[in-house]
Design a protein around this ligand. Structure first.
Ligand code: PLP
Ligand code: TYF
Length: 396
């Protein structure tokens, strides 16, 4: 039955993890996968999460099925984070939100719904984008193309190219936009450029799908949600996927969401009913634990304050490591100006290193990044930074 089955390519990022695990170099550093580690190189278990779990243990509950769209308090908390708790979309009831299995699940439920709604639409993703965007929308049945984004020569964004591609796209084209902390480049467009993107999307009748996997990792929760607010202010209807994998350090709990902003409450009810069909036919309903933890943290003022503090500490530490990387590379003898690393934002840096250099870093020094030159700066710490800088200096 399976003789004709071909070997599928490994996920370029998760595949690196396997290679890293097998590497016997004692100095090895994993800057491949997008995961935040603390200064001791450990995956953090946030105090707010522990406190919420301890409270839950005091009053253990049975595990019935959740509603198809998840925990009500969770969905409401997501709406508050994405749009603002007192915002017009939330108070008018025109947001349909479902608890999803990670940000990936939010994207997939949205993609499945869009495929029914608009089966012939093309999906545009940034060039480059998170690897899974193309695969996910392709598997949902769409043709996936890209809009220009990274400009290697000027170490930034080809914004004119991006805008031209949006303006040339046929009405109904689905445009996937990184709401903040672009993965993989680390370059975000400016607020003024967002205004131009919103205007183009509106003028051309495109369907915006904002992927928000790093809210709070850029400048702050509200600041990182500013792009969403711009689409609201323009009177548009659109999709937003949310991931709490990074912001709660709950990767394996698979906590995410999909929110769809509709014209009015009645429309949101109809859209929600269709999202539920997509969920029902994929996995029936979401798991309880991660969603319950996030809902408890977001819904308890002291825990919410603790979360914002811990999230802020992660954000500040990443920025400090960017600066240390720039300084360390200079001290290690790199002549090139690497200060662009501090103009990037979020967990990643497109370092500008070539594939050959990245392969040498991996094979000779045990420093793992992707072949595209992406490094996860959130995995740097005060113990590995000097070694990473010295290794990079040797391959440049
Ligand atoms: N979208 C982007 C841009 C990401 O970088 C990630 C990373 O994991 C995801 C979505 C998926 O998030 P999750 O792990 O919660 O499924
Ligand atoms: O880009 C990253 O490294 C993270 C983690 O299939 C990730 O977003 C990578 C690949 C993948 C799922 C998650």
């Amino acid at each position: 039955m399976f003789t004709a089955v071909e070997m599928a390519p490994r996920d370029p990022i998760l595949g690196l993890n396997e290679q890293f695990a097998a590497d016997t170099n004692p100095l090895k550093v994993n800057l491949g996968v997008g995961v935040y580690y603390d200064d001791n190189g450990k995956l953090p278990l946030l105090q707010c999460v522990q406190a919420a779990e301890q409270n839950m243990m005091k009053a253990p509950s049975a595990r019935g099925y959740l509603p198809i769209d998840g925990i009500v308090a969770y969905d409401n908390a997501v709406k508050g984070l994405v749009f603002g708790p007192e915002s017009e979309p939330v108070t008018s009831g025109r947001v349909a939100t479902i608890q999803a299995i990670g940000g990936t699940g939010g994207l997939k439920v949205g993609a499945d719904f869009l495929k029914k709604l608009n089966p012939n639409a093309t999906v545009l993703i940034s060039d480059p984008s998170w690897e899974n965007h193309r695969a996910l929308f392709t598997n949902a049945g769409f043709t996936v193309e890209s809009y220009p984004y990274y400009d290697a020569a000027q170490r930034g964004i080809n914004f004119d190219g991006m805008l031209a591609a949006l303006n040339a796209a046929p009405a109904g084209t689905i445009v996937v936009l990184h709401a903040c902390c672009h993965n993989p480049t680390g370059y975000d467009i400016t607020p003024a450029q967002w205004d131009l993107v919103v205007a183009a999307v509106k003028a051309k009748g495109l369907v915006p799908f904002l992927d928000m996997a790093y809210q709070g990792f850029g400048y702050g929760l509200k600041e990182d949600g500013a792009a969403v607010a711009k689409f609201v202010d323009a009177g548009l209807t659109f999709f937003v996927s949310t991931s709490f994998s990074k912001s709660f350090s709950l990767y394996g709990e698979r906590v995410g969401a999909l929110s769809v902003l509709c014209e009015n409450k009645e429309e949101a009810g109809r859209v929600l009913s269709q999202l539920k069909i997509a969920i029902r036919t994929n996995y029936s309903n979401p798991p309880i634990h991660g969603g319950a933890v996030v809902a408890a943290v977001l819904g308890t003022p002291e825990l919410r304050a603790l979360w914002e503090k811990e999230l802020g500490e992660m954000r500040v530490r990443i920025k400090a490591m960017r600066q240390k990387l720039v300084d360390g590379l200079k001290a290690a003898g790199v002549k090139e100006d690497m200060s662009f690393i501090t103009t990037q934002i979020g967990m990643f840096s497109y370092s500008g290193l070539t594939k050959d250099q990245m392969v040498r870093l991996r094979n000779e020094f045990g420093v793992y990044g992707t072949d595209t030159g992406r490094m996860c700066v959130a995995a740097l710490n005060s113990k590995n930074i000097d070694y990473v800088c010295a290794s990079i200096a040797k391959v440049i």
